[in-house]
Design a protein around this ligand. Structure first.
Ligand code: SF4
Length: 311
């Protein structure tokens, strides 16, 4: 194992060993640059289904790698470290779901940012890009929604339905939940012509001062529909890296506190080691995998398309 790993060494080794490299939008720039595909969790899972490669090196956090594995049960899915996890996904327990189901006679819509075990107990699946469409199409005026309370509030606002967040107040992404309007306004004072793009995982008050609310996949398209030259990107800082590569003539500003340390556990060195040793490998119980595949299929049927536009 070399002490210093250059990006080119990684590309070369992946090619020799037949690995397709997939990276989430929040990965460090060096890893985004060496990846074959960079996208949000659903884009990556779909991409993984279309590839002929038998081996996938996945760069993200555990629940995303589980989804890729569920959709590609025959393929070998390898990650740099097993400890890159998502505190929000882990915040929702099976007991809480059971309690909520008992209290409310309503279907449970699970956000893709959840564990495989949580998905196993769900009736519907959604991503941040299609959560509004999914809930709108669920044949019930009341739904249980978890684990993100901010996305639940956004969906309730957009659909007019009763959306009950589980686990409630404690269900949030710490990267998005603690961003403040003051942080955004400070940047707006300096760049008054900038447009503010926010992820629906941010709190309602931040959402209210945004020009655009959308998932990372939707943020990717938004600059095409806007004449602004500068954007304030209110999501994990890694997303700005992707936007800069896509729109080199525009300026993308970030909120420095919005860093997901779990996403940043993957680096050039442990990625190289994973390629060298073909592991650690993602293992998923077949029953869980089957349920995830069914949820994804139903979700795609329920939402023919997702939309990009002003909030
Ligand atoms: S950014 Fe938030 S939701 Fe995404 S992996 Fe990190 S903690 Fe989880």
């Amino acid at each position: 194992m070399p002490y210093v790993v250059e990006p080119e060494m990684l590309r070369q080794l992946a090619k020799e060993k037949g690995y397709l490299i997939m990276a989430h939008n929040y990965q460090i720039p060096e890893l985004q640059r060496i990846a074959d595909f960079v996208g949000d969790s659903l884009q990556l899972a779909r991409q993984a289904m279309e590839t002929n490669a038998e081996r996938i090196l996945f760069l993200g956090v555990d629940f995303m790698a589980e989804t890729v594995k569920a959709l590609n049960p025959e393929k070998k899915v390898v990650v740099p470290v097993l400890c890159a996890t998502c505190p929000m996904a882990n915040s929702l327990t099976e007991e809480e779901i059971a309690k909520a189901k008992e209290k409310y006679d309503a279907p449970f819509v699970v956000y893709v940012n959840s564990t495989a075990r949580t998905k196993f107990l769900a009736d519907y699946l959604c991503t941040s890009a299609n959560a509004v469409d999914v809930v709108r199409n669920v044949p019930s005026d009341t739904v249980l929604f978890g684990p993100d309370k901010n996305l639940a509030s956004y969906v309730a606002e957009k659909t007019g339905k009763r959306v009950i967040p589980i686990p409630g107040e404690l269900g949030y992404c710490h990267v998005h939940n603690f961003v403040t309007t003051a942080q955004v306004r400070k940047l707006l004072e300096k760049y008054p012509d900038a447009e503010v793009m926010v992820h629906p995982e941010v709190p309602e008050q931040v959402r209210k001062i945004a020009h655009f609310v959308g998932s990372t996949a939707q943020m990717e398209k938004y600059p095409m529909a806007s004449s602004a030259k500068t954007f304030i990107v209110v999501t994990e800082v890694g997303m700005a890296e992707k936007l800069r590569a896509l729109y080199p003539d525009r300026t993308f500003l970030t909120i420095d506190s919005m860093v997901c340390y779990n996403m940043k556990k993957n680096n050039l060195r442990n990625t190289y080691r994973a390629l060298l040793s073909d592991g650690p490998e993602v293992v998923l119980d077949e029953r869980l995998g089957e349920k995830i595949r069914k949820l994804v299929e139903d979700m795609l049927k329920l939402t023919a398309s997702t939309h990009v536009g002003k909030k």
